[in-house]
Design a protein around this ligand. Structure first.
Ligand code: FES
Ligand code: FES
Length: 161
């Protein structure tokens, strides 16, 4: 029998202490131990992007990371970004542009889009398409998602003093 390991980390600004099996991945830890089910699991192989979260400020695929690797780290999930209001404009743009249908890809898409907009205030459509190319959507055909991200970039730029 494999022994559990103790980890301590920060999740959405709150300290979390947990005992986990060494093989438990971060996506399952967030969903099953912390009930943060906004992190979706599609492929479990690092391909679809549905499980995207931030670890120490960088987006990662949480299905490819072990929970034990996050000991001492700061994790942010879609719930954290949503509750803080950080992505409220992006969420509104997704609604306005009908950039989601089933919603399965949406949390990962929002995490990745926000990462792009933090790095580049004026991405063109090709840049947006390329940056989101690792996040798969089965429903929308991507155009509306690109519209929503482009619209948010413009709004943020216009709102700058
Ligand atoms: S579930 Fe992690 S990339 Fe698909
Ligand atoms: S909205 Fe259904 S997978 Fe993207």
């Amino acid at each position: 029998m494999t022994a559990e390991m103790q980890i301590s980390l920060e999740v959405n600004g709150e300290r979390v202490d947990a005992q986990v099996l060494p093989r438990l991945n971060l996506a399952d830890f967030l969903r099953e131990h912390l009930a943060l089910t906004g992190t979706h699991v599609g492929c479990e192989h690092g391909v679809c992007g549905a499980c995207t979260v931030r670890v120490n400020g960088e987006i990662v695929r949480s299905c490819l990371m072990l929970a034990v690797q996050t000991h001492g780290a700061s994790i942010e999930t879609i719930e954290g970004l949503s509750d803080s209001g950080e992505i409220s404009d992006l969420q509104a743009a997704f609604r306005d542009r009908n950039a989601l249908q089933c919603g399965f890809c949406t949390p990962g898409m929002l995490m990745t889009a926000q990462d792009l907009l933090k790095r580049c205030a004026t991405p063109d459509r090709e840049h947006i398409r390329e940056y989101l190319s690792g996040n798969y959507c089965r429903c929308t055909g991507y155009q509306a998602i690109i519209d929503a991200v482009e619209m948010t970039a413009r709004q943020r730029l216009a709102a700058k003093p």
